[in-house]
Design a protein around this ligand. Structure first.
Ligand code: HSE
Length: 442
């Protein structure tokens, strides 16, 4: 210990992350005190049921169902309950009472972050949330502090471990989505109701937080375009692999030149990533955040995106920061939303696409398709045809082909209108898939 100062720390929630945070606070008390400059006294842990089974043995005397005295009597309040209420009300109460707060609650920060930041500003306290995005990976502080002097252009991020695990196994084993999802549920990677992960609600919350930090702009959750992975099948995976790509669920946050005006675009969807790109090597349930900044160039932050003890590392780092601020006094680290750039509608996003069509293999089909793309303002970069029904020399009338078209960059709204016209054309039997291609050096 550096001196005899003591800060009172309250913990709200003792699930898999909370119980590890409590255990580490108790086990490493001396080291944490030396780093923080004050003893961090865990004064209590508010839980719903003190007798519920937990991953770690915690002193029974610290557990309580009465959160209010803890919140009002502490210098630092750690919230790891999840959900919006009562977490929001409790953190507002803590901030109003002058406590610094630490939370791992991505849903709360993505939906009520500005309200919490304003409450902190009013009393000069601080809100820390490193654990809310990508578990153990330090990314909130790098974006907020380390890159504060740079200009982030784009973030491509794998921020959901469950979907990365599913897509990785589909890619490496040629397995079906439903089979891998069932396995992931058995192994505890996916919830019994996997909606939040597979429909990308979880990733969209993290994307909103990353974009807010990267572009110094408040990004409301409903401004994030969201598509999940449930439409990805084994055939799409195989086609991607054959073309040198892997399919990943990506959060894409980027600046756009929107007809001369600077805007930002924030979207989460499955995307083709070239196997040479660093994000292609992110396996299993790991996360990674690939940042492209004007001066720093390309940076990649990689590691465990979830897990009790891993996420507890991020929480404890925040507790030490909160303690240092509390001791130093003055105003806490505020959120920078000074840029407040306009958020472009999804239709304004610009990227490259791979469109896979099943077509009749007869004269004029390719010309018709090329004409529809040209009329839509979508430029073809590559086209590859494979005969799938009938064969050379067989009955041409029954012959079918798979046509994979890679585009140059196009606007989302132009591409969507073009795909609709392709689907309605006699030349096209079926539109099999439309995938965005990301990380190709644009
Ligand atoms: N369910 C998340 C994931 C972890 O699969 O990455 C918590 O954000």
């Amino acid at each position: 210990m550096t001196d005899d100062r003591r800060l009172r720390v309250a913990l709200l929630g003792a699930g898999s992350v909370g119980s590890q945070v409590a255990a580490l606070l108790l086990q490493h008390a001396d080291e944490l005190a030396a780093r923080a400059g004050a003893e961090l006294e865990l004064v209590g842990i508010a839980v719903r049921d003190p007798d519920a089974p937990r991953d770690t043995d915690l002193p029974r005397a610290l557990l309580t169902t009465d959160a209010e005295p803890l919140i009002l009597g502490s210098d630092i309040v750690i919230e790891l309950m999840g959900g919006i209420e009562p977490a929001r009300a409790m953190l507002l109460q803590a901030l109003t009472a002058g406590a610094d707060v630490v939370t791992g609650n991505k849903a709360l920060i993505a939906t009520h972050g500005p309200e919490l930041f304003e409450a902190a500003d009013r009393v000069g306290a601080s809100v820390h949330y490193e654990a809310a995005v990508a578990g153990a990976i330090p990314i909130v502080r790098p974006l907020r502090d380390s890159l504060a002097g740079d200009r982030v252009q784009r973030i491509l991020a794998i921020v959901n471990g469950t979907t990365n695990y599913i897509l990785d196994r589909m890619d490496s084993e040629g397995a079906d989505y439903a089979d891998v999802l069932a396995d992931a549920q058995r192994l505890g990677y996916a919830e019994a109701d996997p909606t939040a992960d597979v429909e990308a609600f979880d990733a969209a919350q993290k994307a909103a937080i990353l974009a807010s930090l990267a572009f110094h702009t408040t990004v409301p959750l409903d401004a994030v375009h969201r598509e999940g992975i449930t439409a990805i099948d084994a055939q799409m995976m195989t086609a991607a692999r054959d073309a040198g790509y892997v399919i990943k669920l990506l959060a894409v946050c980027e600046r756009l030149d929107d007809d001369g005006a600077e805007t930002i675009s924030v979207r989460v969807h499955p995307a083709l990533v070239h196997r040479d790109h660093p994000l292609a090597s992110v396996r299993g349930a790991n996360n990674a955040v690939f940042v492209q900044a004007e001066a720093a160039g390309d940076l990649m932050f990689y590691g465990a995106g979830a897990g009790g003890i891993q996420t507890a590392s991020a929480v404890l780092g925040d507790v030490v920061s909160a303690a240092r601020r509390h001791i130093a006094g003055g105003v806490g680290v505020g959120e920078s939303t000074r840029a407040n750039l306009p958020i472009a509608p999804f239709g304004h996003a610009v990227t490259r696409y791979q469109v896979t069509l099943e077509v009749d293999d007869r004269p004029g089909v390719l010309a018709t398709i090329a004409g529809i793309l040209a009329d839509g303002g979508v430029s073809i970069a590559t086209a590859q045809q494979t005969i799938i029904g009938g064969s050379d020399g067989a009955d041409l009338a029954s012959s079918r082909a798979l046509l994979v078209i890679g585009t140059h960059t196009a606007r989302e709204r132009d591409l969507a209108a073009t795909v609709e016209r392709l689907g309605a054309s006699d030349a096209v039997e079926r539109v099999l898939s439309v995938l965005r291609v990301e990380g190709d050096g644009r």
